[in-house]
Design a protein around this ligand. Sequence first.
Ligand code: IMP
Length: 430
Amino acid sequence: MNIAVLGAQWGDEGKGKIVDLLTPHFSIVARYQGGHNAGHTVYANGRKFVLRLLPSGILHEGVTCVIGNGVVVDPQALFAEIDEISAAGIVVGDRLVISDKAHLILPYHRELDLLSEARRGERKIGTTSRGIGPAYEDKIARRGVRVGDLANPGSLRDAVEHNVAARNRIIGDSVMDARVVLDDLARAWQRMRPWVADVSLFLDRARTDGRAIMFEGAQGTLLDIDHGTYPYVTSSNATIGGVCTGLGVGPRAIDGVLGAAKAYTTRVGEGPLPTELTGEMGNRLRESGQEFGAVTGRPRRCGWYDAVAVRYAVRVNGLDGLALTKLDVLDGLPELQVCTAYRCRGSVLHEMPGELAHLTACEPVYETLPGWTAPTRGVREFKRLPAEARRYVARLEEVTGVPAAIISTGSAREDTIVREDSVAGRWFAR
Ligand code: IMP
Protein backbone atom coordinates (compact mmCIF):
# COMPACT_ATOMS: atom_id res chain seq x y z
CA MET A 1 0.00 0.00 0.00
CA ASN A 2 1.21 3.49 -0.84
CA ILE A 3 0.20 6.24 1.57
CA ALA A 4 0.58 10.01 1.55
CA VAL A 5 1.23 11.82 4.82
CA LEU A 6 0.71 15.56 4.62
CA GLY A 7 -0.07 18.59 6.76
CA ALA A 8 -3.73 19.40 7.48
CA GLN A 9 -3.06 22.83 9.04
CA TRP A 10 -0.38 25.52 8.57
CA GLY A 11 2.65 23.22 8.70
CA ASP A 12 4.62 22.01 11.73
CA GLU A 13 1.93 19.44 12.52
CA GLY A 14 4.47 16.83 13.55
CA LYS A 15 4.67 15.05 10.19
CA GLY A 16 8.31 14.18 10.82
CA LYS A 17 7.46 11.99 13.79
CA ILE A 18 4.52 10.35 12.01
CA VAL A 19 6.53 9.60 8.87
CA ASP A 20 9.36 8.23 10.98
CA LEU A 21 6.95 6.08 13.00
CA LEU A 22 5.31 4.62 9.88
CA THR A 23 8.49 4.14 7.87
CA PRO A 24 8.99 0.49 8.93
CA HIS A 25 5.88 -0.30 6.85
CA PHE A 26 7.45 1.15 3.70
CA SER A 27 10.41 0.55 1.46
CA ILE A 28 10.54 4.07 -0.01
CA VAL A 29 9.80 7.54 1.38
CA ALA A 30 9.38 10.23 -1.27
CA ARG A 31 9.25 14.02 -0.78
CA TYR A 32 7.23 15.79 -3.46
CA GLN A 33 7.46 19.55 -2.79
CA GLY A 34 9.06 22.31 -0.74
CA GLY A 35 12.70 22.55 0.11
CA HIS A 36 14.84 23.21 3.17
CA ASN A 37 12.16 25.61 4.45
CA ALA A 38 10.68 22.47 6.03
CA GLY A 39 11.89 21.35 9.43
CA HIS A 40 10.89 17.83 10.34
CA THR A 41 11.89 17.08 13.90
CA VAL A 42 12.38 13.42 14.70
CA TYR A 43 13.51 11.90 18.00
CA ALA A 44 15.14 8.55 17.39
CA ASN A 45 17.52 6.44 19.49
CA GLY A 46 17.47 9.13 22.17
CA ARG A 47 18.66 11.83 19.74
CA LYS A 48 16.96 14.77 18.12
CA PHE A 49 17.27 15.14 14.34
CA VAL A 50 15.92 18.08 12.35
CA LEU A 51 15.50 17.02 8.72
CA ARG A 52 14.92 19.78 6.21
CA LEU A 53 15.35 18.37 2.74
CA LEU A 54 15.96 14.69 3.28
CA PRO A 55 12.79 12.63 3.71
CA SER A 56 12.29 11.58 7.32
CA GLY A 57 12.68 7.91 6.30
CA ILE A 58 16.43 8.42 5.99
CA LEU A 59 16.91 7.52 9.65
CA HIS A 60 15.83 3.94 8.89
CA GLU A 61 18.38 1.51 7.51
CA GLY A 62 17.37 -0.03 4.18
CA VAL A 63 14.77 2.61 3.30
CA THR A 64 15.26 4.49 0.04
CA CYS A 65 14.53 8.22 0.15
CA VAL A 66 13.42 10.15 -2.90
CA ILE A 67 13.58 13.88 -3.59
CA GLY A 68 11.06 14.53 -6.36
CA ASN A 69 11.00 17.04 -9.21
CA GLY A 70 8.54 19.16 -7.20
CA VAL A 71 11.19 19.83 -4.54
CA VAL A 72 13.61 22.76 -4.82
CA VAL A 73 17.13 21.69 -3.86
CA ASP A 74 19.83 23.87 -2.35
CA PRO A 75 22.93 21.70 -2.91
CA GLN A 76 24.84 23.20 0.02
CA ALA A 77 21.92 22.67 2.38
CA LEU A 78 21.57 19.09 1.13
CA PHE A 79 25.25 18.31 1.71
CA ALA A 80 25.22 19.94 5.15
CA GLU A 81 22.29 17.73 6.13
CA ILE A 82 23.90 14.58 4.77
CA ASP A 83 27.11 15.43 6.65
CA GLU A 84 25.14 16.02 9.84
CA ILE A 85 23.35 12.69 9.82
CA SER A 86 26.49 10.86 8.62
CA ALA A 87 28.32 12.24 11.68
CA ALA A 88 25.55 10.64 13.79
CA GLY A 89 26.34 7.27 12.20
CA ILE A 90 23.53 7.18 9.62
CA VAL A 91 24.75 5.90 6.28
CA VAL A 92 23.10 7.47 3.23
CA GLY A 93 25.06 5.50 0.63
CA ASP A 94 22.82 4.54 -2.27
CA ARG A 95 19.60 5.13 -0.33
CA LEU A 96 19.02 8.54 -1.88
CA VAL A 97 17.43 9.27 -5.26
CA ILE A 98 17.20 12.86 -6.51
CA SER A 99 15.12 13.84 -9.52
CA ASP A 100 17.04 15.20 -12.48
CA LYS A 101 14.05 17.52 -12.95
CA ALA A 102 14.21 19.10 -9.47
CA HIS A 103 15.01 22.80 -9.61
CA LEU A 104 18.01 24.22 -7.80
CA ILE A 105 18.05 26.99 -5.23
CA LEU A 106 21.06 29.14 -6.05
CA PRO A 107 22.70 31.92 -3.98
CA TYR A 108 20.81 34.67 -5.80
CA HIS A 109 17.49 33.07 -4.83
CA ARG A 110 18.30 33.53 -1.16
CA GLU A 111 19.21 37.19 -1.74
CA LEU A 112 16.08 37.81 -3.80
CA ASP A 113 13.93 36.25 -1.06
CA LEU A 114 15.31 38.71 1.49
CA LEU A 115 14.98 41.63 -0.90
CA SER A 116 11.42 40.78 -1.85
CA GLU A 117 10.42 40.57 1.82
CA ALA A 118 12.10 43.90 2.59
CA ARG A 119 10.32 45.55 -0.33
CA ARG A 120 6.92 44.21 0.76
CA GLY A 121 7.34 46.04 4.08
CA GLU A 122 4.21 45.56 6.16
CA ARG A 123 2.82 43.13 3.59
CA LYS A 124 5.73 40.75 4.06
CA ILE A 125 4.99 37.02 3.99
CA GLY A 126 7.39 36.13 6.80
CA THR A 127 9.25 33.58 4.65
CA THR A 128 11.98 31.31 5.93
CA SER A 129 14.52 33.29 3.79
CA ARG A 130 15.76 30.11 2.15
CA GLY A 131 15.16 31.29 -1.43
CA ILE A 132 12.17 29.00 -1.89
CA GLY A 133 9.81 31.50 -3.57
CA PRO A 134 12.37 32.93 -6.04
CA ALA A 135 13.50 29.40 -7.04
CA TYR A 136 9.89 28.42 -7.82
CA GLU A 137 9.43 31.77 -9.61
CA ASP A 138 12.31 30.86 -11.94
CA LYS A 139 10.78 27.43 -12.50
CA ILE A 140 7.42 28.87 -13.54
CA ALA A 141 9.11 31.58 -15.63
CA ARG A 142 10.98 28.77 -17.45
CA ARG A 143 14.42 30.08 -16.64
CA GLY A 144 15.21 27.78 -13.70
CA VAL A 145 18.25 25.54 -13.43
CA ARG A 146 17.48 21.87 -12.85
CA VAL A 147 19.61 19.18 -11.24
CA GLY A 148 19.97 17.43 -14.61
CA ASP A 149 21.37 20.63 -16.17
CA LEU A 150 24.49 20.19 -14.06
CA ALA A 151 25.53 17.43 -16.47
CA ASN A 152 25.61 19.90 -19.38
CA PRO A 153 28.21 22.61 -18.64
CA GLY A 154 27.49 24.60 -21.84
CA SER A 155 23.78 25.19 -21.36
CA LEU A 156 24.30 25.47 -17.60
CA ARG A 157 26.73 28.35 -18.13
CA ASP A 158 24.26 30.18 -20.39
CA ALA A 159 21.42 29.80 -17.90
CA VAL A 160 23.46 30.82 -14.86
CA GLU A 161 25.07 33.80 -16.62
CA HIS A 162 21.66 34.99 -17.75
CA ASN A 163 20.15 34.63 -14.27
CA VAL A 164 23.10 36.20 -12.48
CA ALA A 165 23.01 39.18 -14.88
CA ALA A 166 19.29 39.60 -14.09
CA ARG A 167 20.10 39.43 -10.38
CA ASN A 168 22.83 42.06 -10.79
CA ARG A 169 20.35 44.38 -12.48
CA ILE A 170 17.89 43.96 -9.58
CA ILE A 171 20.43 44.22 -6.78
CA GLY A 172 22.48 47.11 -8.12
CA ASP A 173 24.65 47.76 -5.09
CA SER A 174 26.63 44.51 -5.23
CA VAL A 175 27.75 42.36 -8.13
CA MET A 176 27.61 38.57 -8.12
CA ASP A 177 30.12 36.68 -10.26
CA ALA A 178 28.53 33.91 -12.34
CA ARG A 179 31.87 32.05 -12.43
CA VAL A 180 31.81 31.57 -8.66
CA VAL A 181 28.29 30.14 -8.86
CA LEU A 182 29.34 27.84 -11.73
CA ASP A 183 32.44 26.58 -9.88
CA ASP A 184 30.31 25.71 -6.85
CA LEU A 185 27.83 23.92 -9.07
CA ALA A 186 30.55 21.92 -10.77
CA ARG A 187 31.71 20.69 -7.36
CA ALA A 188 28.11 20.05 -6.27
CA TRP A 189 27.53 17.90 -9.37
CA GLN A 190 30.50 15.68 -8.56
CA ARG A 191 28.96 14.86 -5.20
CA MET A 192 25.33 14.69 -6.25
CA ARG A 193 25.71 12.78 -9.48
CA PRO A 194 25.42 9.19 -8.13
CA TRP A 195 22.04 9.97 -6.62
CA VAL A 196 20.46 11.63 -9.66
CA ALA A 197 17.85 9.65 -11.60
CA ASP A 198 14.50 9.71 -13.38
CA VAL A 199 12.30 9.58 -10.28
CA SER A 200 9.06 8.82 -12.12
CA LEU A 201 10.65 5.76 -13.71
CA PHE A 202 12.30 4.73 -10.45
CA LEU A 203 8.96 4.83 -8.60
CA ASP A 204 7.15 3.02 -11.39
CA ARG A 205 9.66 0.17 -11.29
CA ALA A 206 9.54 0.12 -7.51
CA ARG A 207 5.77 -0.28 -7.64
CA THR A 208 6.07 -3.08 -10.17
CA ASP A 209 8.48 -4.79 -7.78
CA GLY A 210 5.89 -4.50 -5.02
CA ARG A 211 7.80 -1.96 -2.93
CA ALA A 212 5.54 0.18 -0.69
CA ILE A 213 5.93 3.94 -0.96
CA MET A 214 5.14 6.68 1.52
CA PHE A 215 4.67 10.14 -0.01
CA GLU A 216 5.87 12.75 2.46
CA GLY A 217 4.46 16.28 2.34
CA ALA A 218 6.10 19.39 3.73
CA GLN A 219 4.39 22.52 5.12
CA GLY A 220 0.60 22.15 5.20
CA THR A 221 -2.71 22.53 3.34
CA LEU A 222 -3.27 26.14 4.43
CA LEU A 223 0.21 27.05 3.16
CA ASP A 224 -0.43 25.51 -0.28
CA ILE A 225 0.17 27.95 -3.15
CA ASP A 226 -3.31 27.27 -4.62
CA HIS A 227 -5.45 26.14 -1.71
CA GLY A 228 -3.80 28.00 1.18
CA THR A 229 -4.36 31.48 2.59
CA TYR A 230 -2.86 33.17 -0.48
CA PRO A 231 -0.66 35.21 -0.64
CA TYR A 232 0.47 34.15 2.85
CA VAL A 233 1.56 30.74 1.65
CA THR A 234 4.63 28.89 0.47
CA SER A 235 5.29 28.54 -3.27
CA SER A 236 4.47 24.86 -3.81
CA ASN A 237 1.55 22.43 -3.72
CA ALA A 238 1.66 20.91 -0.26
CA THR A 239 -1.73 19.29 -0.89
CA ILE A 240 -2.35 15.88 -2.41
CA GLY A 241 -2.13 16.94 -6.06
CA GLY A 242 1.52 17.77 -5.44
CA VAL A 243 2.26 14.05 -5.10
CA CYS A 244 1.40 13.41 -8.76
CA THR A 245 3.04 16.50 -10.22
CA GLY A 246 6.00 16.48 -7.85
CA LEU A 247 7.01 12.87 -8.40
CA GLY A 248 5.58 11.86 -11.77
CA VAL A 249 3.14 9.25 -10.46
CA GLY A 250 -0.50 8.76 -11.39
CA PRO A 251 -3.35 9.27 -8.89
CA ARG A 252 -3.98 5.54 -8.57
CA ALA A 253 -0.52 5.15 -7.08
CA ILE A 254 -1.93 6.72 -3.90
CA ASP A 255 -3.95 4.22 -1.87
CA GLY A 256 -4.62 6.35 1.17
CA VAL A 257 -4.10 9.83 2.58
CA LEU A 258 -3.31 10.64 6.20
CA GLY A 259 -3.41 14.25 7.38
CA ALA A 260 -1.31 15.35 10.33
CA ALA A 261 -2.98 17.90 12.61
CA LYS A 262 -2.06 19.18 16.04
CA ALA A 263 -4.66 18.98 18.81
CA TYR A 264 -4.51 22.80 18.64
CA THR A 265 -3.30 25.17 15.89
CA THR A 266 -0.04 26.95 15.10
CA ARG A 267 1.28 29.10 12.33
CA VAL A 268 4.67 30.70 11.73
CA GLY A 269 4.99 33.79 9.57
CA GLU A 270 2.31 36.30 8.61
CA GLY A 271 -1.28 35.74 7.44
CA PRO A 272 -4.67 34.99 8.96
CA LEU A 273 -5.05 32.57 11.85
CA PRO A 274 -8.66 32.78 13.03
CA THR A 275 -8.19 30.97 16.36
CA GLU A 276 -4.98 32.77 17.35
CA LEU A 277 -4.50 33.37 21.07
CA THR A 278 -2.33 36.38 21.71
CA GLY A 279 -2.50 36.50 25.51
CA GLU A 280 -1.43 34.21 28.31
CA MET A 281 -3.07 31.11 26.84
CA GLY A 282 -1.10 31.57 23.62
CA ASN A 283 2.11 31.74 25.65
CA ARG A 284 1.11 28.68 27.62
CA LEU A 285 0.61 26.63 24.41
CA ARG A 286 3.86 27.96 22.91
CA GLU A 287 5.90 27.12 26.00
CA SER A 288 4.50 23.68 26.72
CA GLY A 289 4.35 22.77 23.02
CA GLN A 290 7.85 24.13 22.41
CA GLU A 291 6.39 26.05 19.50
CA PHE A 292 9.48 27.60 18.01
CA GLY A 293 10.38 27.10 14.34
CA ALA A 294 12.60 24.05 13.73
CA VAL A 295 14.40 25.90 10.91
CA THR A 296 14.30 29.58 11.85
CA GLY A 297 13.72 29.41 15.63
CA ARG A 298 10.87 31.92 15.26
CA PRO A 299 8.11 31.70 17.90
CA ARG A 300 5.00 30.13 16.38
CA ARG A 301 1.61 31.77 16.72
CA CYS A 302 -0.68 29.46 18.68
CA GLY A 303 -4.43 29.01 18.93
CA TRP A 304 -7.25 26.58 19.60
CA TYR A 305 -8.08 23.70 17.25
CA ASP A 306 -9.75 25.04 14.13
CA ALA A 307 -12.11 22.38 12.80
CA VAL A 308 -13.13 24.59 9.86
CA ALA A 309 -9.53 24.60 8.63
CA VAL A 310 -9.00 20.86 9.17
CA ARG A 311 -12.33 20.01 7.53
CA TYR A 312 -11.14 22.01 4.56
CA ALA A 313 -7.95 19.93 4.51
CA VAL A 314 -10.09 16.77 4.60
CA ARG A 315 -11.94 17.98 1.50
CA VAL A 316 -8.99 19.30 -0.50
CA ASN A 317 -6.85 16.22 0.12
CA GLY A 318 -9.49 13.51 0.44
CA LEU A 319 -8.10 12.58 3.86
CA ASP A 320 -8.93 9.10 5.14
CA GLY A 321 -7.87 9.90 8.66
CA LEU A 322 -5.85 12.15 10.92
CA ALA A 323 -2.66 11.73 12.83
CA LEU A 324 -3.55 13.92 15.79
CA THR A 325 -0.36 15.17 17.40
CA LYS A 326 0.68 16.89 20.63
CA LEU A 327 -2.42 15.95 22.60
CA ASP A 328 -0.24 16.02 25.73
CA VAL A 329 0.41 19.76 25.31
CA LEU A 330 -3.17 20.31 26.45
CA ASP A 331 -2.62 18.37 29.71
CA GLY A 332 -3.69 20.32 32.79
CA LEU A 333 -5.81 22.95 31.04
CA PRO A 334 -9.15 23.33 32.82
CA GLU A 335 -11.11 24.00 29.63
CA LEU A 336 -10.53 23.67 25.91
CA GLN A 337 -12.12 25.53 23.03
CA VAL A 338 -12.76 24.04 19.61
CA CYS A 339 -13.63 26.30 16.68
CA THR A 340 -16.50 24.68 14.81
CA ALA A 341 -17.51 27.58 12.52
CA TYR A 342 -16.61 31.19 11.71
CA ARG A 343 -18.75 34.26 12.23
CA CYS A 344 -18.17 36.66 9.40
CA ARG A 345 -19.94 39.83 8.28
CA GLY A 346 -23.13 38.88 10.05
CA SER A 347 -23.35 35.24 8.98
CA VAL A 348 -22.07 31.92 10.28
CA LEU A 349 -19.77 30.03 7.93
CA HIS A 350 -19.06 26.33 8.12
CA GLU A 351 -16.63 26.32 5.19
CA MET A 352 -13.28 28.06 4.79
CA PRO A 353 -13.71 31.25 2.74
CA GLY A 354 -11.36 31.47 -0.24
CA GLU A 355 -10.83 35.20 -0.22
CA LEU A 356 -8.22 36.63 2.12
CA ALA A 357 -10.20 39.73 3.17
CA HIS A 358 -13.16 37.49 3.99
CA LEU A 359 -11.06 35.10 6.07
CA THR A 360 -9.33 37.97 7.87
CA ALA A 361 -12.74 39.27 8.94
CA CYS A 362 -13.75 35.90 10.43
CA GLU A 363 -14.19 35.33 14.14
CA PRO A 364 -14.18 31.81 15.53
CA VAL A 365 -17.35 30.25 16.91
CA TYR A 366 -16.20 28.16 19.85
CA GLU A 367 -17.51 25.16 21.67
CA THR A 368 -16.11 24.61 25.17
CA LEU A 369 -15.01 21.18 26.32
CA PRO A 370 -13.68 20.12 29.72
CA GLY A 371 -9.93 19.64 30.08
CA TRP A 372 -8.24 16.81 31.98
CA THR A 373 -5.97 16.65 35.00
CA ALA A 374 -4.34 13.21 34.66
CA PRO A 375 -1.54 13.40 32.09
CA THR A 376 -1.87 12.01 28.58
CA ARG A 377 1.88 12.32 28.02
CA GLY A 378 3.35 8.98 27.07
CA VAL A 379 -0.01 7.16 27.02
CA ARG A 380 0.08 4.40 24.39
CA GLU A 381 -3.43 2.97 24.49
CA PHE A 382 -6.60 4.89 23.72
CA LYS A 383 -8.50 3.40 26.63
CA ARG A 384 -5.83 4.64 29.03
CA LEU A 385 -6.39 8.27 28.13
CA PRO A 386 -8.36 10.30 30.71
CA ALA A 387 -12.09 10.21 29.88
CA GLU A 388 -12.11 13.95 29.03
CA ALA A 389 -9.22 13.49 26.59
CA ARG A 390 -11.09 10.65 24.87
CA ARG A 391 -14.13 12.89 24.70
CA TYR A 392 -12.03 15.71 23.23
CA VAL A 393 -10.64 13.42 20.53
CA ALA A 394 -14.11 12.05 19.77
CA ARG A 395 -15.47 15.57 19.38
CA LEU A 396 -12.60 16.56 17.06
CA GLU A 397 -13.40 13.50 14.95
CA GLU A 398 -17.07 14.50 14.79
CA VAL A 399 -16.47 18.12 13.83
CA THR A 400 -13.64 17.27 11.44
CA GLY A 401 -15.40 14.33 9.81
CA VAL A 402 -12.57 11.78 9.83
CA PRO A 403 -11.16 9.40 12.46
CA ALA A 404 -8.02 10.13 14.45
CA ALA A 405 -6.19 7.01 13.35
CA ILE A 406 -3.00 7.91 15.18
CA ILE A 407 -2.68 10.01 18.33
CA SER A 408 0.69 11.30 19.43
CA THR A 409 1.21 11.83 23.16
CA GLY A 410 4.88 12.80 23.27
CA SER A 411 7.91 13.40 21.09
CA ALA A 412 9.35 9.85 21.23
CA ARG A 413 8.35 7.30 18.58
CA GLU A 414 6.86 5.08 21.28
CA ASP A 415 4.57 7.77 22.71
CA THR A 416 1.88 7.04 20.18
CA ILE A 417 -1.54 5.44 20.02
CA VAL A 418 -2.35 3.63 16.76
CA ARG A 419 -6.08 2.95 16.54
CA GLU A 420 -6.17 -0.21 14.56
CA ASP A 421 -9.96 -0.17 14.51
CA SER A 422 -10.03 2.96 12.30
CA VAL A 423 -9.70 2.88 8.50
CA ALA A 424 -6.30 4.52 8.37
CA GLY A 425 -5.16 2.77 11.54
CA ARG A 426 -5.71 -0.61 9.87
CA TRP A 427 -3.05 0.22 7.29
CA PHE A 428 -0.49 0.16 10.04
CA ALA A 429 -1.81 -2.65 12.18
CA ARG A 430 1.01 -5.00 13.01
P1 IMP B 1 8.73 30.17 2.35
O1 IMP B 1 8.29 28.78 2.15
O2 IMP B 1 10.09 30.29 2.97
O3 IMP B 1 8.60 31.01 1.10
O4 IMP B 1 7.73 30.85 3.41
C1 IMP B 1 6.37 31.12 3.08
C2 IMP B 1 5.47 30.89 4.30
O5 IMP B 1 5.43 29.50 4.60
C3 IMP B 1 5.95 31.58 5.58
O6 IMP B 1 4.81 31.96 6.33
C4 IMP B 1 6.70 30.50 6.31
O7 IMP B 1 6.74 30.72 7.70
C5 IMP B 1 5.84 29.29 5.97
N1 IMP B 1 6.58 28.03 6.01
C6 IMP B 1 7.47 27.56 5.10
N2 IMP B 1 7.91 26.36 5.47
C7 IMP B 1 7.29 26.04 6.61
C8 IMP B 1 7.30 24.89 7.45
O8 IMP B 1 7.98 23.90 7.20
N3 IMP B 1 6.50 24.94 8.54
C9 IMP B 1 5.71 26.01 8.81
N4 IMP B 1 5.65 27.10 8.07
C10 IMP B 1 6.44 27.11 6.95
